[in-house]
Design a protein around this ligand. Structure first.
Ligand SMILES: Cc1cc2nc3c(=O)[nH]c(=O)nc-3n(C[C@H](O)[C@H](O)[C@H](O)COP(=O)(O)OP(=O)(O)OC[C@H]3O[C@@H](n4cnc5c(N)ncnc54)[C@H](O)[C@@H]3O)c2cc1C
Length: 345
């Protein structure tokens, strides 16, 4: 195994902050993963799995352990019928490169998840979602290394306990599984309306009546380009906060003061309120605080304009959370995960 020492985490995470990882190893196969965990155990090191670092924050004191950088390749069709094509994809493949391949084959199911940065292996972790689609609805099963029992396991969709931006992998079993491959089933049918509002608007403006999978991908890419900064040019992690899910009672209280509050009724009776709207109404859109800017085109995004440290980010985050809390009585929650220093398994 080729262990690298003192690697900058700011270069491996799209927010561009944080100190060094004491050790780092790139893994290219499931067996590399097994060996990396065995090495960490032998040297009594905590480990942390990283893909593209687009949903991860690193602290200023870095990580005194082993970063396992997932590079496992491979996109394979394992089953094909008239209705469906099923792919098994290596966890280190780039998510959007995979989406592009499915769109090239005219397959539907993840086209609205176009242009999300990062790797395939991270997609199930927070059940990535955008424009009305979630990866959970395409996933058949996930292959992983179970670091609790030192075995390879296959977790069926239901076992992953997917919900809004959540799964077992960032929930009650956080840190236990290292995902090596994801198997997804996509449909050979035209995408069906209704589409997300922003997509409907785009289709109307471009006089597209029955969009193909490619036209939907193009729409999503165009819409995103206007709303999300490119992390290669402007360090960020996309949505910095999760959308707020509140009880109907809290929603009724807010709607009394703000009759036009955007919201989505959820099947369980709760109501989803866009956190970008809450931040904007709190007067923070475009605000700069300790080098962190609330993005002026999308208040859900925090951009690292000139922050010097993770501490700057943490101060800006607290300022935003407190301001929204004071105005609406809602405690908003951070979406990106942080490299944890404790040994979990
Ligand atoms: C501009 C921008 C736009 C974005 N838009 C969206 C969006 O529309 N929707 C959305 O849901 N997200 C979005 N994101 C967030 C992010 O891109 C996704 O969460 C993505 O899946 C992260 O992939 P990654 O490889 O970069 O993950 P990383 O940041 O490397 O890892 C994220 C988490 O997953 C864990 N992990 C990674 N790989 C594995 C593995 N193989 N096994 C086990 N655990 C693993 C890590 O330990 C970490 O906790 C956006 C981010 C940016 C910067």
């Amino acid at each position: 195994m080729n262990i690298q020492h003192k690697t900058s985490l700011s270069a491996l995470t799209t927010m561009g902050l944080g100190g060094d990882a004491a050790q780092l190893v790139e893994v290219y196969s499931p067996d590399d993963v097994r060996q990396a965990v065995a090495y960490a155990r032998q040297h009594k090191l905590p480990w942390y799995v990283l893909g593209g670092g687009s949903n991860t924050l690193a602290r200023d004191d870095g990580f005194d352990g082993l970063v396992i950088l997932n590079k496992i390749p491979g996109i394979n069709v394992i089953d094909q019928t008239k209705q469906y094509t099923t792919f098994t994809v290596g966890a280190g493949e780039l998510w959007d490169a995979f989406v592009a391949q499915t769109v090239d084959r005219n397959l539907s199911g993840i086209e609205c998840l176009s242009a999300i940065p990062g790797t395939v292996g991270a997609a199930p972790v927070q059940n990535i979602g955008a424009y009305g689609q979630e990866v959970a609805s395409a996933i058949a099963y996930v292959d992983a290394y179970d670091t609790k029992n030192d075995t390879f396991v296959r977790l069926q969709n239901a076992e992953c306990e997917f919900s809004y931006r959540h799964s077992i992998f960032r929930g009650r079993e956080q840190g236990r599984y290292i995902i090596t491959a994801v198997t997804m089933r996509l449909r050979a049918v035209l995408p069906q309306p209704p589409f997300y509002k922003a997509i409907e608007t785009y289709l109307r403006e471009h006089s597209i009546a029955n969009p193909s999978v490619r036209q939907l991908r193009d729409a999503v890419i165009a819409i995103r380009a206007n709303k999300l900064p490119d992390p290669r040019a402007t360090p960020n992690t996309g949505s910095f906060f999760k959308n707020a899910i509140v009880s109907r009672e809290i929603y009724e209280r807010i709607v009394a003061d703000y009759p036009n509050v955007p919201h989505y009724d959820l099947p369980d009776g709760n109501v989803k309120i866009p956190t970008g709207w809450l931040i904007e109404q709190s007067g923070l859109k475009g605000a700069l605080y300790r080098g962190m800017r609330v993005y002026d085109k999308n208040a859900l995004v925090l951009v690292n304009e000139s922050a010097k440290s993770y501490d700057d980010l943490a101060a800006a985050r607290q300022h935003i959370i407190n301001t929204v809390q004071t105005k609406f009585g809602i405690t908003i929650q951070q979406e990106p995960l942080e490299i944890y220093t404790k040994k979990l398994f």
